[in-house]
Design a protein around this ligand. Structure first.
Ligand SMILES: C[S@@+](CC[C@H](N)C(=O)[O-])C[C@H]1O[C@@H](n2cnc3c(N)ncnc32)[C@H](O)[C@@H]1O
Length: 201
């Protein structure tokens, strides 16, 4: 496994890797996803930056890409105006031709990609994946949270929901430690685990 911590998701857009050609590819997929699931500015941004992070390491077409905490239409952050945490990247990977596998606490039953609704804090959460079966894994905005830093309150719909999410997210380092041995097992040798980190290594 190749651990790839990302400190700033936006930085990829300034990276020399992000050529006009790459930009064209990711914007094309973002456009297709927007047409299919409805235009959403945040969604488009997440597709563009997330897909670019993965393309920097590999062409995901035909490859198994695992998106941890992929997002869900059930998130209490989502509403009709601001659909930030729907599973945009997993949808985009699927649209691009990857074998996208998304995992989230919330429901993924209406999605076209392979979705599993489960709690990643369970040390056996990834048991459904065979050894060495995954080409790349990613986790964007899983180990930190808008509610944890106080900027997400507008989106939270209930005090109960907010407290539950705070409890989940302040466990970021523990969740990371729970996931690493499982990812070592399921990822192919040298395959990247690209994750947005708040200093977690
Ligand atoms: C902030 S959203 C990020 C969604 C998406 N990855 C993105 O970058 O937009 C975090 C997601 O992680 C999920 N999540 C949080 N804790 C989880 C856990 N213990 N197990 C599975 N999913 C979890 C939440 O349900 C939510 O959909």
């Amino acid at each position: 496994m190749n651990l790839v911590p990302i400190e700033n998701k936006n930085a990829i857009l300034e990276d020399p890797f992000f050529t006009q050609e790459v930009e064209g590819v990711v914007k094309n997929i973002a456009g297709k996803v927007a047409t299919k699931y409805g235009e959403d500015l945040c969604g488009s941004y997440l597709v563009i930056s997330g897909l670019a992070q993965i393309l920097k390491f590999m062409d995901p077409r035909g490859k198994t890409v695992l998106d941890l905490g992929c997002g869900t239409i059930n998130s209490f952050y989502n509403n009709s105006e601001f659909r930030t945490f729907e599973p945009w990247l997993a949808r985009a990977l699927h649209e691009y031709g990857a074998n996208a596998v998304g995992v989230d606490l919330g429901s993924l039953s209406s999605e076209e990609f392979r979705g599993y609704s489960l709690d990643l804090r369970d040390p056996k959460a990834l048991d459904f994946l065979a050894d060495g079966s995954v080409d790349a894994a990613c986790a964007f905005s899983l180990f930190d949270s808008p509610t944890a830093n106080g900027t997400g309150y507008k989106m939270a719909q209930s005090q109960k929901g907010r407290e539950y999410m705070d409890e989940l997210m302040t466990g970021g380092p523990t969740l990371f430690q729970t996931l690493v041995p499982q990812l070592k097992r399921v990822l192919k040798p040298g395959a990247p685990f690209i994750y947005e980190s708040l200093g977690i290594r």
